[in-house]
Design a protein around this ligand. Structure first.
Ligand code: KG4
Ligand code: ZN
Length: 363
């Protein structure tokens, strides 16, 4: 019978957590011991997806099915541990592509069941936020964090490991989404973000870009105007048969898209009176963002903790890291766990305590 809770010690000093991630086109598995990464494995179908200009969900699901057992096996072997050493299995249950998520969730359930280990359901975005704990093991909230991924853009105030307040978020497109759409207009391959970054290195930020929501926009963002401006600029040039530099457009877009993120994150930190800033999500892998945020933090006497680039884009170490947060809270899933394609940001950041209180109230 499945009962992994008999010998469970929530206060164990450095629990060993296996993390599994399959929300998009990366099949990933990692093992952490406390906040130390023992292994981090990844198999990506991005090169196949690039042929289609974006992620084809069915191709992603099939690739996960082929890769998942081998990737998990590699993560355990490379961590130098045995199955018995694992204290819990953490898996991304949402948000993401439903079929892709189901591969990881089904695998994790079977794995946890077979080994009689506790199962932890991890929200992908919370994983991105927990990535910073892996680069600074002593890091503790409160801090202000910039979340910038393909689906979300927000400045958050982390009150505790489990409690977040949204200071501001995007009103339309996410920053990563804007990078991907602009890349397509410039004829750059999927994934757009890293290719815009590379292209921008050859150019100068001299193409006029619309003003981003500043000041009056509070901590909110809007990326659809910026994206439209780039599309209009390129189309007008093409219609008039005028040459233009893709590299200059890439550099100008990148600067406009990122300067506002940096500015509002630092403003948020100052308003909340915190001394630490962190960031997470694929866009946080951008070198211009990392350098600008570092400069701005330094100027304002703030400490910046950034996950390594490979822990900003999708990976399983961050899922294990959030798994550790949930482990400490005693928040485990059971065998009825299923995948969720979409989870609103507010629900993502809801605390475990408030969720439990709401559940109690509903009884
Ligand atoms: O966090 P992530 O890997 O997946 C989601 O949870 O969405 O973020 C992917 C997004 C994509 O939109 C991608 O273009 C963007 O992050 N991205 C970047 C860079 N690397 C990934 N954007 C700008 N510069 C980068 N170097
Ligand atoms: Zn992600």
């Amino acid at each position: 019978m499945y009962n992994p809770f008999e010998k469970l010690d929530l206060n164990k000093k450095n629990p060993i957590i296996l993390g599994i991630e399959s929300s998009c086109d990366e099949t990933a598995a990692a093992v952490i011991k406390g906040r130390q990464i023992l292994s981090n494995e990844i198999a990506s179908s991005a090169s196949v997806q690039a042929l289609f200009g974006g992620v084809v969900p069915e191709i992603a699901s099939r690739a996960h099915t082929v890769a998942v057992a081998e990737v998990v096996d590699r993560a355990i072997k490379n961590a130098g541990i045995s199955y018995a050493d694992i204290d819990a299995v953490a898996v991304t249950y949402g948000a993401g592509l439903l079929g892709a998520l189901l591969v990881g969730v089904s695998f994790a359930k079977a794995f946890a069941y077979a080994l009689n280990k506790p199962l932890i359901a991890v929200n992908h975005i919370r994983g991105h936020l927990a990535a910073s704990y892996l680069s600074a093991p002593e890091l503790k909230p409160p801090f202000v964090t910039l979340l910038a991924s393909g689906g979300h853009t927000a400045v958050l105030y982390a009150k505790s490991e489990a409690e977040f307040e949204i200071l501001g978020a995007t009103l339309d497109d996410a920053a990563g989404e804007a990078f991907d759409k602009v890349a397509r207009v410039l004829g750059l391959q999927y994934p757009g973000g890293p290719n815009i970054e590379k292209c921008a290195l050859e150019g100068k930020a001299i193409v006029p870009m619309p003003k981003m929501l500043k000041g009056g926009g509070g901590y909110n963002f809007s990326y659809s105007g910026l994206k439209t401006a780039v599309i209009n600029y390129c189309h007008t040039k093409e219609q008039k048969n005028e040459a233009y530099s893709k590299a200059d457009v890439a550099a100008s877009f990148q600067k406009a898209a990122i300067d506002v993120l940096v500015e509002k994150t630092v403003e948020g930190a100052k308003e909340k009176g915190v001394s630490v800033v962190t960031a997470g999500g694929g866009v946080a892998a951008n070198t211009y963002l990392r350098e600008s945020l570092q400069t701005a933090c330094k100027k304002n006497g703030l400490r910046l903790v950034l996950p390594e680039k490979k822990y900003c884009t999708d990976n399983a170490a961050m899922i294990a890291s959030e798994g550790l947060v949930q482990y400490r809270l005693g928040n485990f899933a059971d065998m009825t766990l299923t995948a969720k394609a979409s989870i609103p940001l507010a629900a993502t950041l809801e605390t475990v305590q408030s969720r439990r209180a709401a559940e109690k109230g509903a009884q």
